[in-house]
Ligand binder design. Sequence first.
Ligand code: SF4
Length: 238
Amino acid sequence: MPQTATGRRLLSLYRHLFQQFGPQHWWPARSRFEVIVGAILTQNTAWTNVEKAIAALRVARLLNPRGINTVPQERLASLIRSAGYYNMKAERLKHFTHFLLIRYGGSVQRMFRGKRPGLREELLTISGIGEETADSILLYAGDRPIFVVDAYTRRVLERHGLIAANTSYGEIQRLFMTHLPADPALFNEYHALLVAVGKIYCRRTPHCESCPLRCDLPNDSPLLPRPQEVIAFHEGVH
Ligand code: SF4
């Protein structure tokens, strides 16, 4: 693939992140089905809460398509309580496993077989599965070269002037997928690293001074402390 200036910049950001944080080992799961369950449960919650919910499903021997499909929804909701929004997420898990059983006989392997291009659209027809969840399933469970866009991705790119405030999910995704090689391993690691920098540095109030992506900001960026602020800080004047 001929490299564009944007591609070079995106790769440079990636390298800085990788150098700082190293491999993130995403997605932590024992099976592809578990990845999918995690992708649904992680909506609007921290991963530690998802881990507890998945552990509860495993102990109850329900971490499989038939188990989730047949267990009463109230019991499912109580088992995944730690993940938050448990009634809604129980319903979403039910919707997904119903889809998997009807369409693919309950087999995740069969769902991903053949790399059919229409799978993303199929997943998006399932109630409660939006673009980020569908793409997480395709990338992390299906090893498809598709970029996952989340709130951290949007925030970092916007602060670095790579996108405008109202850029759509699809446009952000195309930015990565047009300018980077179609490599699932790269997309996997890149997304995980953006989450890492978002959690540690690129928070609501950014901590650019010590961030590994500081070098990509122009020196006059309003996100960086002004020189007199730095001097005042070092002199203990606050
Ligand atoms: S904290 Fe600052 S330097 Fe780091 S990613 Fe966010 S905007 Fe960029």
